[in-house]
Structures are given as C-alpha cells and as structure tokens.
Design a protein around this ligand. Structure first.
Ligand code: PHE
Length: 482
C-alpha cells in the first residue's frame, strides 16, 4: 500500500474509530439496556467487558491492520503467509467482509427512519401530536416499502459519496467536520434535556446501583453490546488501522476510543431519559424509545421541534460515520484485489448492501408475517440478519484475539505497541486467554439448547486451554525445526 493511504493527521484514526464506534448502538440501544439490567451495576459490568475484553481485542484488531497495511482480507492473507500459519485464519477477513455487508444492509434501513423524523421535525408536521398520532406515524412509516426504500437509498447515497471521495478527501475531511459537530450537538441536546426534562429521574434510572437486578443474563448482554458498540470483529477497525501512522500509540488510542464511546452512551442516555421522563412517558423498549417516545417528548416541550431536528441530525451523523466504516473494508478489498477504481468499488459495495437491505425493508411490511425467511428460520429477514451478526461479530473477535495473541511474536507485538513490558505481557495474557474464554462463553451460552452457565463456562475454558496447549506445542516444534 502506498503511503498516500496513511491518515494525514495523527489524530484521524481516533476520529475515525470513534465515528465508527458511536452510532445507533450508543444513542438508542445502550440507554435502554442499562435501565433494564440493573442501572449502575450493569454499567460496572459493561465497563469491565469494554475494558478487559473489548479494549484488548480493539488493540489486536488495530495491530493486525497496521502491521499488514492492507484491507482486512488481503491483510490476513499477508499475515498468514508471513507467519506461516494456516490459511484458515483468512476467514477473519472474509467473515468481517460478509458481516459488514449484512450490518450495512439493515443499519441503513434503520438509519433511514432518522431521516424521516428529521423531516417531520423540520416541517413541524408533528407539532402538538399526541401519543396515538405518533404511534400511527411510526406504523405508517414502517408499513410503507416505498418510503423505507427511499430513505434507505438516500442514506446509502450520502455514505457512498463520502467513501468514494477517498481516504483523505472523503473519509478524513468528512470525519473532521462530522465528529466535532456531533459533540457540540450532543452537548446542546444534553443542556436542553437538563433544562426542559427531568435529569434527576434520568440519572436515578441510569445510575442507581441495584446489584439484585443484575442477572447473569445482564453479563451476557453487556458483553454483546461491548462488541457491537466498539465495532469489533468485522474489519472496520482493521481497515482504519491500516491507515494509522506507525508512531501513534495503540494503547492510548484504544483506551480513548473506548472511553469516549462509553461517555457518549452515558450522556446520550441521560439526555434521552431526562426528556422521556420530563414528558411523563415511560422508558419504552425497542425502536419505540427513539422513534416514538422521544419525538413525543420533543413535541411537548418549548422549541422542541428545533431541538428534535438537531437531535435527529446527531443520530443521522453518528449513523453515517458508523456506516462509512462498514463500506471501507470491503471497498478497499475490491480496489486492492481487482484494481477497481475507488468509485466503482464503493458502488459495488453499496449496491449489494442496498439490494440486501430490501429484505429488511420488506420485513416490516410485505414480509412481516410470511416470507422465505419465516419458512426457513421462523423469523423475519431483519431478525435473521441481526441475529447472524450477533454471532459473527463475537466469533470473528475471538479469532482476532487468538491470532494476535498466538501468531504474532512478543517482539512483533512490542514493535507495534512500543510500550512497557508489563503492559505488553498483560495485554498478551488478555488476548490469549481472557478475551477468547469470555467470548466463547457468551457464544456457547447463546446456543438455544445450552442452559445454565456452568456447562458453557467449562467448555469455553477447556477449549481455550486445549488451543493454548496445541499452540504451545507447535511453538516448541517450530523452535526445533527452525
Ligand atoms: N458501533 C456502531 C454503533 O454502536 C455499530 C457498528 C457495528 C458499526 C459494527 C460498524 C461496525 O452503532
């Protein structure tokens, strides 16, 4: 890869990774999960998952990208050759690419809803609307395949435009404009929520520490969310890492990304619930919270339509900066492997995601009750896609941790991390043992026929232990042979 494909500024990787991480997962999913799973206690466990499992894998993923200086698929091919490991590890790149396309296809449809509400806020058509009107507005939006397809298309066109302009003129300039703007908007919405809403109830709801509400299930949800929110296990971070200057600190960057991501989630949660409680609404679950309750809260408040519009710009901006990180790894592959022009590559990626997205569009209307997906999997296309990525992200994260932990030598890791020996050893321990065991446990626990927690825990520990023993033996043989 030529050096034109290195971020111009030292801090751009941070902007890009934060842009990828902060998205619908923070603004909509996280607040609801915290409230549901024991408030402060969940937050504590979530923080543990983010920093003990998420951050080590984040470092590993950036390291693989920067070390190979290629897109995830070509990068893994390169690394398996350099390290004379099995070519099977290339699956990390392929799985990431497939997940990226799948996530992009439904992420874009849901983000399209934010375009709809932005329009509603700007035109003031929801002014004074009551709960029933808002619920029927939402229902009429999702029951219209035409509207959903239109917004889905519009969203992808915006993202494609940014990525097609290239690493510097597109991604870098776009992110440098978008990210600071989003921060300002988040603060505006937060101050508005503090003034017009019920911040006390919100902080009570989010931060009250009730250990008894924290089920074992809460741990699982926390781990799953930490993967999705940090954009781990699908090549986005690896692709961005390939453009990271060699001297930028991996550790500092990874911790900063995780810290900002968590902070944004908490601030967004405070703002959203302050508004929801201030309007006397209940913390509704699912899509309803952001797309029904929140607009309702806005319509009831002074200058609510304006702040509502600003809020949906925030949602949209955060979604765009996440979606471009889903396009980049696959587009970069098409450019590197088939020498396509960047514009063509982006068009191919976006075209495929657009077509796949039609299945999600139909899931809410034409295919809501009956579809080939229902026949095969007993659920809608959207649910199948979502579930698939819940499996592929942690699985790919597990492989990334194992590859970085066991195939890269201590010296190579040190060369990338240039850090203190103590932290390097701790990081290696985390990616070799702790992160894989944690992920394997969640993965096994999610299988429909596994009940309880002991069995998956034991199987996970034994599997990782066996893998470790196998690799250690392999290392010894390697020494003899070499
Ligand atoms: N991290 C994004 C969010 O929280 C979602 C995402 C997942 C983006 C995976 C890219 C890759 O909304």
């Amino acid at each position: 890869m030529s050096s034109d494909n290195i971020w111009t500024h030292k801090g751009t990787f941070l902007l890009a990774a934060v842009g990828s991480a902060v998205g619908l997962g923070n603004l909509w999913r996280f607040p609801y999960l915290v409230g549901e799973h024991g408030g402060g206690a969940f937050l504590l466990v979530y923080a543990l998952c983010v920093f003990a499992i998420g951050v080590p894998i984040l470092i590993a993923e950036i390291m693989l990208g920067r070390n190979s200086r290629r897109c995830p698929i070509m990068g893994m091919r390169f690394l398996t050759r350099c390290h004379k490991t099995s070519r099977a590890w290339e699956i990390i790149g392929w799985l990431g690419g497939v997940s990226a396309l799948l996530i992009l296809s439904f992420y874009s449809v849901i983000s399209g809803w934010a375009i709809h509400y932005l329009g509603e806020m700007l035109t003031g058509s929801l002014r004074g609307a009551d709960a029933a009107t808002l619920a029927s507005d939402f229902a009429s939006l999702i029951s219209s395949p035409i509207k959903l397809t239109l917004y889905h298309t519009l969203f992808l066109v915006i993202c494609a435009y940014i990525v097609a302009r290239g690493v510097h003129r597109g991604l870098e300039s776009g992110l440098r404009l978008l990210m600071p703007t989003l921060l300002v908007i988040l603060l505006v919405v937060l101050f508005y929520a503090a003034a017009a809403g019920d911040m006390l109830a919100a902080s009570d709801f989010l931060l009250s520490f009730s250990l008894s509400d924290l089920s074992l299930e809460g741990w699982l949800v926390a781990l799953g969310q930490s993967f999705f929110t940090l954009s781990l296990g699908m090549g986005a971070i690896m692709a961005y890492g390939a453009y990271m200057p060699s001297e930028t600190s991996l550790t500092l960057t990874a911790f900063t990304v995780a810290l900002i991501d968590t902070l944004v989630a908490i601030l967004a949660g405070l703002a959203i619930f302050a508004l929801v409680f201030g309007a006397g609404l209940s913390p509704d679950e699912g899509p309803g919270l952001m797309f029904v309750s929140l607009p309702l809260a806005f319509t009831a408040m002074p200058s609510g339509a304006l702040i509502g519009a600003i809020f949906f710009v925030l949602v949209l901006g955060a979604a765009v900066s996440s979606a471009i990180s889903l396009i980049e790894p696959v587009a970069a592959y098409l450019v590197e492997r088939f020498s396509l022009s960047r514009v063509t590559a982006v068009l191919v990626v976006v075209g495929v995601a657009w077509a796949l997205g039609l299945a999600t569009v139909a899931s809410f209307n034409l295919w809501a009750e009956q579809s080939p997906f229902h026949d095969l999997f007993g659920r809608s296309a959207f649910e199948v896609l979502e579930l698939t990525t819940h499996i592929t992200l942690p699985f790919c994260g597990l492989l990334i941790a194992l590859f970085a932990g066991w195939s890269l030598t201590q010296t190579e890791s040190m060369k990338e991390m240039h850090t203190r020996a103590g932290w390097l050893s701790l990081w290696r321990f985390l990616v070799r043992f702790i992160a894989p065991t944690g992920v394997a446990f969640v993965f096994l626990r999610a299988l429909p026929y596994v009940e309880g927690y002991w069995l998956p825990a034991i199987v996970a520990i034994v599997t990782v232990g066996a893998f470790a023993a196998y690799r250690t033996l392999g290392e010894h043989e390697g020494h003899h042979g070499g």
